[in-house]
Design a protein around this ligand. Sequence first.
Ligand SMILES: Nc1ncnc2c1ncn2[C@@H]1O[C@H](COP(=O)(O)OP(=O)(O)OP(=O)(O)O)[C@@H](O)[C@H]1O
Ligand SMILES: [Mg+2]
Length: 361
Amino acid sequence: MKSLSKIEFPDSIQQRIMENMGTSLLLLDESLMIIYINPACEMLFEISRRKACGKLWTQLVIENQSLTDRMKESVLRGHPFTKREVQLDLSGGRSLTVDCNITPLFVPEAEPNLLVEIQHMERQVQISKEEQLISQNHAVRALVRGMAHEVKNPLGGLRGAAQLLERELDDEQLKEYTRIIISEADRLQELVDRMLGPSALPKKEMINIHEIFERVHNLVRVEAGDSIEIVHDYDPSIPEINADRDQLIQALLNLVRNAIQAMADSGTLTLRTRSKRQYTIGNRRYKLIVLVEVIDTGPGIPKEIQEQIFLPMITGRAEGTGLGLSIAQSLINRHNGLIECTSEPGNTVFKILIPLENNND
Ligand SMILES: Nc1ncnc2c1ncn2[C@@H]1O[C@H](COP(=O)(O)OP(=O)(O)OP(=O)(O)O)[C@@H](O)[C@H]1O
Ligand SMILES: [Mg+2]
């Protein structure tokens, strides 16, 4: 077995550079056994050089077969490659998203080595898609809820006063004005109630996710009409999940309604369920999660609002209030889950991820 001491550096400056650089470096032999790890990589992988050297790469990083296969190919053929945003699941249970540069090193009269440079995407960037969605949603929803509360009381007063006034008026024409005040106050009240969102804590019970889908399907069947095809792609082996039935229906309904509205008069809506093992949500890995996908063939989310669609009051529809997705996101967050979205014309995918347990320990 080779070890650090047997690797010859042309001069000590190069060795010092490797030891001090911020990029994580690994040197592997032909069989992908670790023969050198620099301190940055020791810190990143939370493993000491003593423990890492002599181990196979696949003992350190689990379940990234595609990267490992390419590394084997690279050392055989001598082709360097770069892979961006790779998820490395470490044997300790942590998950990292990194950019990898793999370079085969040919040393005269010796077996080739593989230099692995790992750039850990900044923690904030790595979790931004997920954790930021959750925390941003919490913060903005708190603000919106605060505002809605403030509006609610004076609105009640306004409506009450308009009713009293209406009783005092004999002139039908003048009554028309008080009726407008009352009906507009009612409209605002409805909006404020939606802004406040669901306040009850989830009442969890064991439920079958497909039953939820069927309920939602029944509710939107009429809205969808005949020109929108609804395709079911269910994984029947998904176990029951511990969740609040009404809240799940509400969240799913908001996504399905958006899809139907986006497709306007024709398209295909696919409702898909899958289970996934060892899946990371935010910075937490779960043994088993349920993945629910709502896919539509509509025009896609307008580019200018794509990054903000989960924020309240962001809408691309003239008659929209922009609350549907923000409410759905908070409902799923309460189940320790997350809603993610990717969208391009003809293919918009909303993914609901719900862990089947509360943590992975
Ligand atoms: N499947 C989709 N395809 C295209 N655009 C979408 C889709 N889902 C959401 N959007 C866009 O995201 C915006 C925000 O959606 P959200 O459900 O939060 O609010 P809304 O539908 O506008 O109003 P509300 O749901 O409160 O009635 C929508 O207005 C629409 O522009
Ligand atoms: Mg909506």
